[in-house]
Design a binder for this molecule. Structure first.
Ligand SMILES: Nc1ncnc2c1ncn2[C@@H]1O[C@H](COP(=O)(O)OP(=O)(O)OP(=O)(O)O)[C@@H](O)[C@H]1O
Length: 373
């Protein structure tokens, strides 16, 4: 899978950009704050339907002083090529509160029909949070990965979020008014258990595959020194995944009084986590910065392989300023991995850091103040 061309209008400081890309390496060079990450963010957005840096779309629309009208239209358009040799045009427009997704010039009704057309894996310095940060980072990692190759999973996630919100609101209402009819709570609980069980099943299945791939990459990245263990850590213990729905229902029913007391849902996939261990100890808490960074990279490379095995094609790899953070062995291993088979975008402030990967001047894109030259 590869991106042949991108057109951007009013995307942050990229006011008007049209670029044709190489099928293997694309190196974006520029000083700090020139718009390199903005380009990767636009690619990430057209792939996943959201930004990795903000949940407020308004922030993405160009705010330049010379033209600060409220009605600006942000456009991202890409031409992508899949292995079946078919070109596809993906486009997105944001204007005010309106958001429009199109595939081959036809508007799509549901965002789940859009996600998965172009798959990407992004690795940036913030991904250290994948290891070091709270559980939400790890859930988000799993969800983004699975959603791209499985639109049904994305759809279930959105349904789950909605039911969870409704159920939490109702639990709070019951807390303040104990006479409130509890039959609606039963309906929400049934829905939560039914959708939540599907999500748990899928996550467990995915982690089974992911842990083998992540272990392999961690070993390669550390010259066989470190064994990474990835363990799915659901919010409640169950005996048999085949009966997950019954077990989930049984446990949540026992917790209802406590949930009313607290005013929110105590168990379910919204509280899942991943345990990450190296040579037997928990690196979320005890890993060195270098180990955590390597584990984050191993997880990302595992994600890439997983997506290839599910969809049949390698996703596009976006590496945001990561070379400066990696030592020689890790950098070389990453370069070996990318090889010639994965379209890769690398941002850097220092061309020297990537010169051993690209000798060909064609692969460089230079940016200054949002303009490529
Ligand atoms: N909505 C917006 N409209 C106009 N400019 C914006 C908007 N949002 C961010 N910017 C500008 O984009 C620039 C930051 O771009 P970006 O994050 O891509 O930098 P970068 O080249 O990746 O830098 P670094 O190497 O420091 O990560 C800043 O100059 C910022 O002011």
């Amino acid at each position: 899978m590869l991106i042949k061309r991108i057109y951007l209008k009013n995307f942050r400081n990229l006011k008007s950009v049209l670029l044709d890309f190489n099928s293997d390496l694309n190196i974006i060079v520029g000083d700090n704050g020139q718009g390199k990450t903005n380009l990767l963010e636009a690619i990430y957005y057209i792939s996943t339907g959201r930004s990795h840096r903000t949940s407020t779309d308004k922030e993405l629309i160009n705010f330049s002083e010379d033209d600060n009208s409220d009605n600006k239209k942000l456009i991202i358009q890409t031409k992508i090529l899949k292995e079946d040799k078919l070109n596809q045009k993906l486009s997105l427009q944001i204007q005010g509160r309106d958001k429009l997704f199109k595939v081959d010039d036809k508007e799509v009704e549901k965002i789940s029909d859009f996600i998965g057309k172009l798959n990407v894996v992004l690795f940036s310095p913030e991904d250290l949070d994948l290891v070091k940060g709270g559980p939400a980072n790890r859930r988000d990692f799993l969800d983004t990965e699975v959603s791209q190759v499985n639109p049904y999973y994305y759809h279930q996630l959105k349904k789950y979020e909605k039911v969870l919100k409704q159920r939490n609101n109702l639990l709070k209402e019951i807390r303040y008014n104990s006479n409130k009819d509890k039959s609606v709570l039963e309906v929400f609980t049934d829905q939560l258990v039914s959708i939540g069980s599907k999500i748990i099943k899928k996550r467990q299945e995915v982690v089974e595959k992911l842990k083998i791939l992540a272990r392999l990459h961690q070993r390669k990245l550390t010259d066989n020194q470190e064994n990474l263990k990835v363990i799915y850590d659901p919010s409640f213990e169950f005996e048999n995944i085949k009966n997950i729905e019954e077990e989930f229902n049984e446990i949540i029913t026992k917790k209802i009084d406590k949930e009313i007391e607290r005013g929110y849902t105590l168990i379910g996939p919204h509280r899942d986590d991943l345990i990450l261990e190296i040579n037997g100890y928990d690196i979320r808490k005890f890993g060195s910065q270098g180990q955590q960074r390597t584990a984050a990279l191993a997880l990302k490379l595992a994600e890439l392989e997983f997506m290839k095995s599910e969809s049949g094609e390698y996703p596009v790899l976006l590496l945001d300023d990561v070379f400066s953070e990696l030592d020689g062995i890790r950098r070389q291993e990453l370069i070996n991995f990318i090889g010639q088979r994965i379209q890769t975008f690398i941002t850097t402030t220092d061309k020297l850091l990537v010169e051993d990967i690209a000798s060909d001047e064609d692969k460089y894109f230079y940016i200054k103040s949002g303009k490529f030259y």
